[in-house]
Design a binder for this molecule. Structure first.
Ligand code: C2E
Ligand code: MG
Ligand code: MG
Ligand code: MG
Length: 284
């Protein structure tokens, strides 16, 4: 179909080639076996308090170490969604994060909440919240250490079903954040009904800072709206200090972006988490 071709075009970085469907089959087939081949990896990107620079949480970002493809989640996640693989992959990501928290706990590391991206398709599964609860119990993870991120405006026709799952997950004690906020169209009344505690300002606004006054006004409007709604607010995709000038930092909570930290492997993250302890030992 057209949709398939466009998607694979984006996937390959071009849209010509006569063997698109064949390639897509190979991609889907490879994705299907990626878990058993142990090709997935979760990398972690810290969020930091914008006043102190302290790490406040981590975002889990999926990587696919495929022998056949070099492709990021922005491309393979939509394919996983389209071909019915996202629930299994999502369960794998949650388990990987729980295992990691368990390892960090065993290693005496400071534990920060991990934010996991979920697709609304995962929320359409009536067992989602039950699965989350069972997985947290299996690994002995405090639900306060798991947060979920949902892209703004991603709800389809199953809005009520999704909201039910979100509420059940919130009742477990996990938090919800709205990702990529400001570029989708979620009505403010709906936003108010969702059990969310955080907004993440979309990177596209930050990209235009500090020069674009419109982007600056929108970013600050989101910050002040979040404040009025008692939601915390994160600026995503911050790459340099200049972008922050003109932002209302007094009401902004966290920063996330290459300016602070790039996404890193679990072992790289472990080193960073160990650093405060190392500093302390050196000082004594
Ligand atoms: P997202 O949730 O909005 O994640 C932020 C993306 O911005 C990540 O891209 C991150 O690597 C990138 N990023 C962070 N800081 C900067 C920066 O300063 N500059 C630039 N240029 N980029 C920055 P990534 O890892 O390629 O992920 C892309 C999207 O794929 C994510 O966007 C998320 O929507 C989705 N995704 C990733 N992992 C998962 C997953 O496990 N499950 C689901 N359902 N979606 C996922
Ligand atoms: Mg995210
Ligand atoms: Mg996202
Ligand atoms: Mg985002």
């Amino acid at each position: 179909s057209d949709k398939r071709l466009r998607r694979l075009g984006a996937f390959n970085g071009n849209a010509q080639s006569g063997s698109l469907d064949l390639d897509l089959d190979l991609v889907v087939h490879s994705l299907e076996s990626a878990i058993e081949r142990d090709e997935f990896e979760v990398v972690y990107q810290p969020k930091v308090n914008c006043k102190t620079g302290d790490i406040t949480g981590l975002e889990a970002l999926l990587r696919w170490n495929s022998v056949n493809f070099d492709v990021g989640p922005a491309h393979f996640i939509p394919i996983a969604e389209e071909f019915g693989l996202i629930n299994e992959i999502g369960r794998w990501v949650l388990k990987a994060c729980c295992k990691q928290l368990k390892d960090w706990r065993a290693g005496g590391q400071i534990l920060h909440p991990i934010a996991i991206n979920v697709s609304t398709l995962q929320l359409e599964d009536p067992n989602f919240a039950t699965m989350v609860g069972a997985t947290l119990s299996e690994f002995g993870i405090d639900p306060a250490l798991i947060e979920f991120e949902l892209t703004e405006g991603a709800f389809g026709l199953q809005l009520e079903a999704c909201m039910t799952q979100m509420q059940s997950v919130a009742n477990l004690g996990c938090q919800w954040a709205i990702d990529d906020f400001g570029v989708g169209y979620s009505s403010l009344s709906r936003l108010h009904k969702l059990p969310i505690s955080k907004l993440k300002i979309d990177k596209s606004f930050l990209d235009q800072l500090p020069h674009d006054v419109g982007a600056q006004n929108i970013s600050n409007a989101i910050i002040s709206m979040a404040r009025s709604l008692s939601l915390s607010v994160v600026a995503e995709g911050v790459e340099d200090y200049g972008q922050l000038t003109g932002l209302d930092l007094s009401d902004l909570d966290d920063l996330q972006g290459y300016y602070c930290y790039r996404p890193m492997s679990a072992s790289g993250m472990t080193e960073i988490l160990s650093a405060p302890l190392k500093g302390k030992l050196r000082a004594s």
